[in-house]
Design a protein around this ligand. Sequence first.
Ligand code: PMP
Length: 384
Amino acid sequence: LEYAYIMTECVYLDCNATTPLEPSVREKLIQWSCDEIGNPGSRTHEFGLRAKRAVQWSRLQVAKVVNASSDEVLFTSGATESNNIAILGLAPFGDTSGKRHLVTTSIEHKSVLEPVEMLEARGFEVSVLKADRTGSVSPKDIRSALRPDTLLVSVMHVNNETGVRQPIDKIAREMDGHNAFFHVDAAQGFGKDLVPLRSRRIDLISVSSHKIYGPVGVGALIARRRGFERPPLTPLLYGGGQENGLRPGTLPTALITSLGEAARTGGHDAAQREECCIAIRQKALAALAPLGIRIHGDPDLCLPHVLNFSIEGIDSEALMLAVKHLVAVSNGSACTSQSYKPSHVLQAMGLPVSSVSGAIRISWCHMTPNINWHLLADAIRALR
Ligand code: PMP
């Protein structure tokens, strides 16, 4: 057995933190980093025009995934920036219109919670709704929180720690007849769980490339028009006027075309990828269930590539250490793991302290190689 341990290569099981590159995305990245040149803003020569066409193609690919039109897609550096533009960028309109109330949830990513806190410090009122034990927020709670002066409702699509899909379609229905803007941080679900994001009631959608097999450092904010009107966003940066003045700066063609290809393959291959992930999940559960794992987040609501669990009496740090040579896993969100704090998501779900401190998140994808799940289970069993 020991020999097998030494021979086994460590498998990456942290796809919710960042995913490997899809091979066709890698080709785009190399093409536009190494073989092509041209600033998409250069109108005076063919090099610039080619780059501009490539960017426009990518815009269309991103738009298609959610049935938006390409002029509603704004490229950013990632979902963190998209979330910031969506939230902070609406604030000046809130100030002038007197709408200074925000609704969000306690299981959001910090890139939503912190801009919301910034606005709270500036005098906005904020309703932060809790999730229940299943890891889900209640559409009815959202409806009850709405006020005549509600500017924005921001609810994530899929939670990054538990993989639980939030009831976005139901929330959209509850918001019918109210004119608050609806922002969805879709970093973990865009290109995977396709249908909910197509609702026209969603005004703003944040997208991250490196969660959908694209490179890190690029993302998008989809800002849907209501009739002819665009959401009244104010930019956070000023400069060259790119992206309708909302996100100035030279467009990174290599990153954007890679995101375009990632979106195209996501839209096209979502069902097939999901099948692969379901098969991996079944194997994982077959090996881990006999250890008495407690799954965090309702498995029926979870995307099939994530498993967040704990085992009574086993600390997450000890578990990660024990399986380090086999698999790379995490105990929460990569963004906050430098200073390890108990997960705010699991706490908001009301899970007991032992579940929170023992939580392990494993997340895989259609490119994840075979794993010897039984070897993994043995390594965990040895901790007892
Ligand atoms: N929102 C969620 C739900 C996420 O999981 C992440 C990435 N951990 C982000 C936002 C931030 O995305 P990015 O890394 O593209 O800034």
